[in-house]
Design a protein around this ligand. Structure first.
Ligand code: URA
Length: 230
């Protein structure tokens, strides 16, 4: 083995070991995702077809591809379709979706001007978290969507999206409020709207934190900081 090659192999070995030690199970996903070239959104949808690549396909009604402005500078990425989304075939159309739509409006934007997608495109039974094999199979399409849209910033909603896109697991309260990098794109993790809806008397506190996160995103996008928030 040449020295260069051996160095590279050792670097990769150390990198993978670091991921395993840190519990970063999805950090290898971008490599898997290179299977698919970016293409246009309609081409990506065509490649998904009547997908049977993972077990979620057995119980879904509709594939929820994602929707919005293909030229948007801002993408929101949730976890996976719930009941309403499965029925309609559109992301974030249930109660959580209504809150997300309000959050987007508070940023001074219309929902149609951003792009909204999920880590997995089929509803996990009983809204359980998507499993590793399902994420690994599906995320190649999300990566292709991201590559096609080329957003300036991504907002991840909830811990499942953080784990899948950034490769780590930690309480949202600890990781939110700062940008991370995913293949050169800044990623702002914030609370999932379903979590915000469950907070009862604490909801102002958590909604306030989510609003702080969105304000950082607005300033990165040079959007005017109005009043906003709830
Ligand atoms: N929750 C999600 O994570 N995504 C949706 O599309 C709806 C609810």
């Amino acid at each position: 083995m040449s020295d260069d090659f051996e160095d590279t192999v050792n670097e990769i070995r150390e990198y993978v070991q670091y991921q395993i030690d840190s519990g970063l199970r999805y950090a290898l996903a971008p490599v898997v995702s290179d299977r698919l070239s970016p293409g246009r959104l309609d081409e990506i949808r065509e490649q998904i077809g009547d997908c049977r690549r993972c077990k979620l396909s057995g119980s879904r009604t509709n594939i929820v591809f994602g929707e919005g402005d293909p030229d948007s500078r801002l993408m929101f990425i949730g976890e996976g379709p719930g009941r309403d989304e499965d029925i309609e075939g559109r992301p974030f159309v249930g109660r959580a979706g209504q809150l997300l739509t309000k959050m987007i409006a508070a940023m001074g934007l219309d929902r149609s001007r951003v792009y909204i997608a999920n880590i997995v495109k089929c509803r996990p039974p009983k809204n359980r978290d998507p499993e590793d094999d399902e994420v690994i199979e599906c995320i190649q399409f999300l990566d292709a969507q991201i590559a096609a849209i080329q957003p300036s910033v991504i907002v991840t909603l909830g811990r499942v999206a953080v784990k899948a896109l950034l490769g780590f697991q930690a309480p949202m309260g600890k990781i939110r409020g700062q940008f991370y990098d995913r293949n050169g794109i800044p990623v702002m993790p914030t609370f999932h709207p379903s979590f915000l809806l469950r907070q009862g008397p604490n909801d102002r506190k958590y909604k306030g934190m989510a609003w702080e996160d969105l304000k950082q995103v607005m300033s990165l996008l040079n959007l005017p900081l109005g009043r906003g928030g709830e």
